[in-house]
Design a protein around this ligand. Structure first.
Ligand SMILES: N[C@@H](CCC(=O)N[C@@H](CS)C(=O)NCC(=O)O)C(=O)O
Length: 302
């Protein structure tokens, strides 16, 4: 397993913790923080977000898709130990938007010394953020982060060790990563703002203790060799009752429906309620399967 990511990425921290929860060994390809990222987009066909998981010639985009693939291939220990996968996955949408977005606004707005290339890249990327209004928005953003942190704190208030009970799972990772981001990127001011929520810090320490599994470094070129020398392991499956009415092998594009909407073009291999996958053919890599979750992604006949 190869994770394409960078250390500061909060979404990558979700994937690293999921690998850690399952105590997996994986290889780490460091990707650039800003565009262009030719070694990443060359694999995905255009998707540029962080992180991306590669297993042979199968490329998994989005932490939602990555988590479910890890759980499918390595079911023990489970990401949903209390049998609440529906709620756990739904919580990811809440934490990826309601919790992450104001936290990201704070991280960008409080850190006024960000390097110009990073600032310009994220101005174009984070469509939900009005960078001109960020300084005036900061007090409001603090209120939004604290309101979400308070909910997590409330969930933990009965003394349970983890969000759903005594065992850690995807819900913990999702609720944790925006806090990891603001504490790391803002520091003592974030710690002070979160201090009233007394159940958070001990729980965050328990989540951090999950660790990242066994990580070793890999060069991006070697990840390409792995993709080139492998065949996609995907089984084609297009639902007959899918509202889009598309067929296996049809030319299609898939793009995130929130921000960073770079489309990926290929032949449709999977289109189910939960998943979409297109096969790309390139001279350098041969056939590569690019997988996305269905929720939050727009599929269009090309
Ligand atoms: N829905 C995506 C969101 C990923 C995301 O927005 N990642 C941020 C980094 S934490 C990103 O891509 N930033 C721009 C970049 O890395 O180029 C997921 O769950 O993986």
């Amino acid at each position: 397993m190869i994770l394409h990511h960078f250390d500061m990425s909060p979404f990558a921290e979700k994937a690293r913790l999921a690998l850690g929860l399952k105590q997996l060994a994986w290889q780490s390809v460091e990707i650039p923080l800003v565009m262009p990222k030719p070694k990443l987009t060359g694999l995905t066909g255009g998707y540029r977000k962080t992180p991306v998981l590669q297993i042979g010639a199968d490329i998994y985009c989005d932490t939602q898709r990555i988590a479910l693939e890890l759980d499918r291939r390595f079911p023990d220990p489970p990401l949903f130990p209390h049998g609440d996968a529906g709620l756990g996955i739904a919580l990811a949408h809440w934490s990826d938007s309601a919790f992450f977005e104001p936290g990201a606004g704070l991280s960008m707005g409080v850190n006024t010394e960000l390097p110009e290339p990073l600032l310009n890249d994220r101005k174009a990327f984070f469509e939900f953020m009005d960078f001109d209004r960020l300084p005036a928005e900061l007090p409001h953003l603090w209120t939004q982060v604290r309101a979400r942190a308070s909910l997590v704190n409330r969930q933990l208030a009965d003394g349970r060790a983890f969000v759903h009970g005594e065992r850690p799972g995807w819900a913990d990772i999702c609720a944790y990563f925006p806090l990891w981001m603001v504490r790391m990127q803002i520091g003592v001011r974030a710690d002070a703002a979160l201090a009233p929520f007394t159940h958070l810090a001990p729980w965050e320490a328990r989540v951090a203790a999950i660790g990242h599994g066994q990580r070793s470094a890999l060069d991006a070129d070697d990840a390409w060799v792995v993709a080139r020398d492998s065949e996609p392991a995907v089984e084609t499956a297009v639902d007959d009752d899918d509202p889009l009415g598309l067929a296996v092998g049809q030319s299609a594009t898939v793009a995130p429906d929130d921000y960073g909407r770079d489309p990926v073009h290929g032949e449709l291999a999977v289109l189910t309620v939960d998943d979409v996958c297109v096969i790309r053919r390139t001279d350098t890599l041969g056939r590569v399967a690019v997988h996305f979750p269905r929720a939050g992604y727009r599929v269009t006949a090309a």
